[in-house]
Design a protein around this ligand. Structure first.
Ligand SMILES: O=C(O)CCC(=O)C(=O)O
Ligand SMILES: [Fe+2]
Length: 337
């Protein structure tokens, strides 16, 4: 397996302040360059407290340790786009699908379902989808904690991340806020069970197959297991390890923002495999279980987007028609289930 030794860029938000200083502009430019050149970056000094991240991982472990009958009290609805509640192992099959932008459809390629389970939730104010909770008596305190964590990530999105992206693209600081008013983000807790190493190495089971994310972008938190890999932009098909780095949050661009930016920003393929042996395996032949948390940023479904100002010109024509965010995302989600 070809693995590149490069590492991802790091963007430090320590001096972002209210986004009006020269330092804020410099941070925006760094974020822009990372999103243009790699599509992925480690973020530091986001203001999302490490203690709250650790706490969310603790809750996630408690949730997935519940008996399956309890988890199934909050089943994911049958409709693929309704990302709420619990999805059991094998339910979502990202690894079997590759999206073909020319055909506007997903093509089935793989053989094996992803070996993972997940739990999704959104804002309690979501206009499109109510949450599906495991009853509070089965997991007392979870709803409150997860809702607070959702809100902390939302705050970072609105006050730092979207303003920095806008500055990096030479747009007014608030440019993206008007397209993300509806609070339609998705918090996804993920659990990849442990299994004999041979099962992963032979390809009999995968953790999550190579895919791109659909929306504006994703914040990703990983535990200390390892296994995340990102395609090296300069070498298609060659992936680099993206090890967990304490104190960082990962950010990646999604397909929707790639399209919006006329392909200026990259939505990069990524996957989760068995971690490198020295990190994730003992000599006992077991790959340890892994937890991660993804926070998908979603745009307002009713708003129509067209090529971002500055992303087209005489030497770069507009590649895509205007589209409503909701139309685009539904098209993608319905292809995944
Ligand atoms: O578990 C991970 O680290 C990656 C998850 C991911 O890429 C996704 O859910 O889209
Ligand atoms: Fe992803």
């Amino acid at each position: 397996m070809a693995i590149n030794r490069e590492s991802l860029p790091t963007v430090n938000f320590a001096d972002f302040g209210d986004g009006t200083s020269k330092s804020a502009l410099d941070i925006g430019k760094k974020l822009f360059e990372a999103c243009r050149d790699v599509g992925f970056a480690y973020l530091i000094n986001t203001g999302i407290p490490q203690g709250q991240i650790d706490g969310m991982f603790d809750w996630s472990a408690k949730l997935f340790a519940l008996p399956i009958e309890t988890k199934l009290k909050a089943p994911h609805p049958p409709e693929g786009w309704k990302h709420r509640g619990y999805s059991g192992i094998g339910r979502e099959q990202v690894s079997q699908l590759v999206f073909d932008p020319d055909e506007l459809r997903a093509i089935r390629t793989g053989k094996f379902p992803d070996f993972k389970e997940s739990f999704d939730l959104g804002s309690k104010d979501s206009q499109t989808l109510p949450n599906t909770w495991i009853p509070d008596e089965d997991l007392p305190g979870f709803q409150t904690y997860a809702t607070n964590f959702y809100n902390t990530c939302r705050e970072f999105q609105l006050s730092i991340l979207l303003p920095a992206l806008a500055l990096g693209l030479d747009l007014p600081k608030d440019f993206f806020l008007g397209y993300h008013e509806a609070n339609e983000n998705q918090l996804r807790l993920l659990h990849y069970p442990g299994a004999p190493t041979s099962v992963f190495e032979s390809g009999e089971r995968g953790r999550i197959g190579a895919h791109t994310d659909f929306g504006t972008g994703t914040l990703l938190f990983q535990d200390d297991c390892g296994g995340l890999e990102v395609e090296t932009p300069s070498q298609p098909g060659v992936f680099m390890h993206v090890p967990p780095v304490p104190g960082t949050v990962l950010f990646n661009i999604g397909d929707f923002l790639m399209r919006w930016s006329n392909d200026t920003l990259k939505s990069t393929l990524h996957r989760v495999r068995a971690p490198p042996r020295r990190d994730g395996h003992g000599d006992d032949g077991e790959t340890k279980e892994r937890f991660s948390i993804a926070y998908f940023l979603g745009a307002d479904k009713e708003k129509t987007i067209e090529c971002l100002p500055g992303c087209s010109g005489p030497d770069k024509s507009k590649k895509y028609e205007p589209i409503k965010a909701g139309e685009y995302i539904n098209m993608r989600l319905n292809a995944t289930y």
